[in-house]
Design a protein around this ligand. Structure first.
Ligand code: DGP
Length: 212
C-alpha cells in the first residue's frame, strides 16, 4: 500500500508575529512525536534566485516591483518538485511564509491588484492549512524596533495586514487565525492542535492546486 502523504502546513503573518519561532517549535514537536516533518522557508535565500531577492531586501540592489514579485514566485516554484516528493513520501512540511506573503507584500504597493499578484502562484501545491498569526500593529510595536530590511516600516506593515485580511475571505483556503499575543507556549498549543487535525485530513486527500 502506498504511504500516506504528509501535510503542507504554512504559517503566515506580518513581520514580528513570531512565525519563525513557531515554525521551529512545531517542527520540533512533530519530530519528537515520531511524525516525519521538515521545515522550509520562503524566500529561500540560498538559491540563485533567492540571492537576488536577498540583495533586494537588504537594499543592496533595486529591482522593478513586478520583476521582484515574479522572482519571489519563481523562488517558490523552484522548490515545488522537492516539496511534492517530500509530501508523497509522507513527510509533513512546515513552511514559513508562502504565496500569501507574496500577494500581501506586493499588493500593499500602489498600483497592484490582488488578481494580478495571485496569478504567478496559481497552481502551486495548495496548503492543507494556513495559520495566520494575528498581532495588532500596537502589539507588534511593543516587540521592539523593526530591522533594516526594505519592508520593515509600520505603515507598509499595516497595508500588508489589510491585504492578508482580504485574502482570508477566500474560504477555498483552510485559514486559521491564531492569536499571536498569547504566550509562546499557548500559541504553540493552538498551532499544534490545528496541525494534527490537518495532518489527519491530508492523509485521505490528494494534494490540490492553489487558487484553481
Ligand atoms: P523573512 O525572511 O520571512 O523575514 O521575509 C523577508 C521579507 O520579504 C519580509 O519583509 C516579507 C517579504 N516577503 C516574503 N515573501 C514575499 C513575497 O513573495 N513577495 C514580496 N514582495 N515580499 C515577500
Amino acid at each position: 500500500m502506498a504511504c500516506k502523504r504528509g501535510a503542507l502546513i504554512v504559517l503566515e503573518g506580518v513581520d514580528r508575529a513570531g512565525k519563525t519561532t513557531q515554525c521551529n517549535k512545531l517542527f520540533e514537536a512533530l519530530q519528537q512525536s515520531g511524525r516525519p516533518a521538515e521545515m522550509m522557508r520562503f524566500p529561500d535565500r540560498t538559491t540563485t534566485i533567492g540571492k537576488l531577492i536577498s540583495a533586494y531586501l537588504e537594499n543592496k540592489s533595486d529591482l522593478e516591483d513586478h520583476t521582484v514579485h515574479l522572482l519571489f514566485s519563481a523562488n517558490r516554484w523552484e522548490m515545488v518538485p522537492l516539496m511534492k516528493k517530500k509530501l508523497e513520501q509522507g513527510t509533513t512540511l512546515v513552511v514559513d511564509r508562502y504565496a500569501f506573503s507574496g500577494v500581501a507584500f506586493t499588493g500593499a504597493k500602489p498600483g497592484f491588484c490582488l488578481d494580478w499578484c495571485k496569478s504567478p502562484d496559481v497552481g502551486l501545491p495548495k496548503p492543507d492549512l494556513v495559520m495566520f498569526l494575528q498581532l495588532s500593529p500596537s502589539e507588534a510595536a511593543l516587540r521592539g524596533q523593526f530591522g533594516e530590511e526594505r519592508y520593515e516600516k509600520s505603515d507598509f506593515q499595516r497595508a500588508v495586514q489589510n491585504k492578508f485580511q482580504q485574502l482570508m475571505k477566500d474560504r477555498s483556503v483552510n485559514w486559521q487565525v491564531i492569536d499571536a499575543s498569547q504566550s509562546v507556549e499557548d500559541v504553540h498549543k493552538d498551532i499544534m492542535n490545528h496541525s494534527l487535525k490537518a495532518m489527519t485530513c491530508a492523509q485521505n486527500q490528494a494534494l490540490a492546486e492553489l487558487w484553481k
